[in-house]
Write a new protein. Structure first.
Length: 239
């Protein structure tokens, strides 16, 4: 979300897609996922019949200029059970985003860390995967599962470029220092060379339902994400 806000700040038209049934990104902007008439869920239920106009009508503006969101709904949690065995389910999001490709410069997808229809669609639709990892050992275990999931996608003949982003880094704690050291040792150049530090301004920004770069543009966390964004733009989508 912070990267999306920074892209919008730089003048780009940005769409955030919330693919997580918990709808944290949706709620962040004060949108009640339980009250929505349409959401990203409808893209899956409509499938090939959905139109560009219908997708655009399901979008919500955020609290920042040039930043929109395709909100989630709780119904996403039922997709694997209701549609997981249907053929052609893995490319629905990619095809839908293609319909609105001229309306946005960048699309950022937030997906759940669980293998299923939602993650498969998110990975298939993306040029690059960004994996934020808190610098603590439990998060490293979650990263291992994520890498394994991406390996399955590679076996399905889709090569996924990815960058691991160390977050919540606190140089005062041994846990952060050791976790970061292990990250670099195991994943080497897949790990971004800098870190996103712990920054309480991000919590305050969420309370204000505002992107951190708008709420606290000079904070150290926003500075780190700005540095990351510059790096990613120079890197390109598939490097």
């Amino acid at each position: 979300m912070t990267l999306g806000g920074l892209l919008a700040e730089r003048g780009h038209r940005v769409l955030l897609v919330d693919m997580d049934p918990h709808a944290s990104l949706t709620y962040y902007f004060g949108i009640d996922a339980e009250e929505l008439e349409v959401s990203v869920y409808d893209i899956f239920t409509r499938g090939k019949t959905i139109t560009r106009e219908e997708i655009l009508q399901s979008l919500c503006p955020s609290t920042a200029e040039r930043l929109d969101i395709l909100p989630a709904s709780m119904s996403l949690a039922t997709l694997d059970r209701s549609m997981g065995n249907k053929g052609g389910m893995g490319l629905i999001l990619k095809k839908a985003l293609k319909l609105i490709s001229r309306d946005y410069d960048y699309v950022l997808v937030d997906c759940p860390p669980v293998m299923g229809v939602l993650m498969v669609n998110a990975l298939a639709a993306c040029d690059r995967v960004l994996i934020p990892v808190q610098t603590e050992f439990l998060a490293l275990k979650g990263l291992e599962r994520m890498i394994a999931t991406m390996a399955l996608m590679r076996n399905a003949q889709q090569e996924l470029a990815f960058t691991i982003i160390p977050t919540m880094y606190d140089k005062r704690t041994k846990a952060s220092l050791e976790a970061y050291k292990e990250l670099k040792a195991k994943y080497q150049d897949r790990v971004w060379s800098a870190v996103v530090p712990v920054d309480t301004k991000f919590r305050d920004a969420s309370l204000a339902q505002t992107p951190p770069n708008v709420f606290a543009g000079t904070s150290r966390g926003v500075f780190a994400y700005n540095t990351l964004l510059t790096y990613l733009l120079q890197l390109g989508p598939e490097a």
